[in-house]
Ligand binder design. Structure first.
Ligand code: SF4
Length: 516
């Protein structure tokens, strides 16, 4: 693997119309000694049957805790957030005088050695685990990203997707900015570093006025930690205490693993500033748009042991399963989930329908990304590499199988086929999400509209395609109700409804920022 430390050199000094005179600095990735096995942006190979579902977005963490080894805390926090991104990981720390940053490709456990963490000194840390939603899989796109203006040096970790990044980048490039990565996150970092204003309220206010889209950020300067959530709160971000200090993370499971205490979610549009004077909250400047947190966090992305808006995700999913049973009852002998993400919903379906719950598929938890090209025989095994059915449990039974969602529909027929081969006499597919008909523009690498099965087939066509005896999707109303709509909460559900909380162009391209 190749790992990188960043050094900066002054590239030019320009007068910028919106900020006054600034030094422009260019990040120069410097390869360190760990040898590169393969170029990461070519010849990527994925195990057949593995990569057909939705991709999580990214995970971010921030720790302000004098007296604690914050690099290690960030490392274990990222470890808990690994499900949100597996391509690269990085940590930046601040000592009060200096910022250190280290990024590497791969899983969190592969990306850092103990000696890497030891070099990350300080009492403030931010960390990032990445799945690319803009920019290709390359070390230069790994985060945290660094930016520096005359008066401000910062490191930034971003979860989400900024939909006007291309225009902002073009505007900045025209003013003389150069970019070291092809991500929207670097546009955010540059904008914040050069934002006009004296204090954080003015700088972040400026940032929020310029950005459109989804961004949950952790940012550090030499002496300050910030947590910033976009005005609609599309991606999650929560706040807690850790060892007398503070912790900010994409999900509360990161706090739990570190022995921290969850306090609350960061509000949409809120900025948390933590420095030697303690914590202060800066509310959204002006009238805040309607909150639109991603409903898919509740269905699939977030870990079941995470709290979203104070509610345990496992319980929300169970309630969704109950609602699914009310909307799509069927006579059957067993209820099972597609492991692991649909387990809670399957338990809920079983409770409501009073059909016994069982496990019918065992998941190989260690199937992941690989650079080994599968030959045709292995390719044909498809989903079998991931799941092994239990014929003694499901043989001769009418089975309800609950899944969290169907995206392209490529693995679902294989799951149904596995169950039939294992002896199930009937297979009734129940999906704990409505049909996905529209792509996501806010940080989830879903698929284009032409790849989404529900955008191109009727429900009966999908049922026949997947080979199930019956098919039932959770309704949009049922989904929103169970996630908190009854308490007046509002959500983004655009991939089901096509009603985006922010106007978007029809098809965005995650590699758009790499084109000249
Ligand atoms: S479009 Fe779907 S996946 Fe994307 S933010 Fe909205 S609900 Fe979440």
């Amino acid at each position: 693997m190749t790992s990188w430390h960043y050094v900066y050199r002054v590239k030019s000094t320009l007068r910028l119309p919106f900020t006054g005179g600034r030094h422009i600095l260019e990040a120069q990735p410097q390869p360190t000694t760990r040898g590169c096995l393969l170029p990461f942006d070519s010849n990527r190979v994925w195990v057949a049957g593995e990569d057909q579902s939705l991709h999580e977005t990214c995970g971010v963490i921030g720790v302000y805790a004098p007296g604690l080894d914050v690099a290690q805390a960030a490392f274990y926090g990222l470890y808990a957030l690994q499900h949100r991104g597996q391509e690269s990981a990085g940590i930046a720390t601040a000592t009060g005088e200096r910022i250190h940053c280290y990024t590497n490709m791969g899983l969190v456990s592969q990306a850092f050695r103990e000696s890497d963490l030891q070099r990350l000194e300080g009492h403030i840390a931010i960390g990032h685990t990445r799945y690319s939603t803009t920019g290709s899989t390359h070390i230069r796109n790994a985060q945290p990203l660094l930016a520096r203006s005359d008066g401000l040096e910062l490191a930034l970790a971003h979860n989400g997707n900024v939909i006007n990044a291309q225009e902002l980048r073009a505007e900045l490039a025209e003013q003389g900015f150069s970019f070291a990565s092809s991500t929207d996150s670097e546009v955010i970092a540059q904008l914040l570093a050069y934002a006009p204003g004296l204090g954080w309220a003015e700088k972040v206010g400026y940032l929020m006025r310029r950005l459109q889209g989804a961004y949950s950020l952790t940012v550090l300067t030499k002496d300050t930690l910030l947590g910033i959530r976009d005005p609609r709160g599309v991606r999650p971000l929560c706040l807690g205490r850790l060892n007398g200090g503070w912790i900010i993370a994409s999900e509360s499971c990161a706090l739990d693993h570190l022995g921290g205490q969850y306090l609350r979610d960061v509000e949409p549009g809120e900025t948390i500033v933590i420095d030697r004077d303690g914590l202060r909250s800066i509310p959204y400047p002006g009238e805040r748009p309607k909150a639109a947190p991603c409903i898919f966090e509740h269905i699939y992305f977030a870990r079941p042991d995470s709290l979203l808006e104070g509610k345990l995700t496992y319980l929300t999913r169970q309630e969704m399963g109950r609602q699914l049973a009310r909307e799509h009852p069927v006579e059957a002998d067993l209820v099972m989930g597609v492991p692991d993400s649909a387990t809670a919903a399957a338990v809920g379906y079983a409770q409501e329908s009073r059909i016994p719950y069982t496990e019918g598929l065992v998941k190989n938890r260690y199937v992941g990304r690989t650079f080994i090209q599968p030959d045709q025989r292995i390719r044909d095994l498809g989903v079998r590499l991931k799941f092994n059915p239990l014929p003694e449990v499901i043989g001769g039974k009418r089975v309800v199988v609950v899944d969290d969602s169907i995206v392209r529909g490529t693995t679902t027929p294989q799951v149904v086929g596995l169950l039939r081969k294992a002896g199930a006499t009937e297979v009734h597919m129940r999906v704990c999400a409505p049909p996905i008909r529209y792509p996501c523009h806010f940080g989830v690498d879903m698929a284009s509209k032409r790849e989404l099965i529900a955008a191109n087939m009727s429900l009966e066509e999908i049922r026949r395609f997947i080979g199930a005896d019956s098919l039932g999707y959770l309704s949009v109303e049922g989904l929103l109700k169970t996630a908190g709509g009854e308490q007046g909460k509002t959500f983004c559900a655009a991939c089901f409804t096509g009603q985006y909380p922010i106007p978007v162009q029809l098809e965005m391209d995650k590699l758009a920022l790499e084109r000249p």
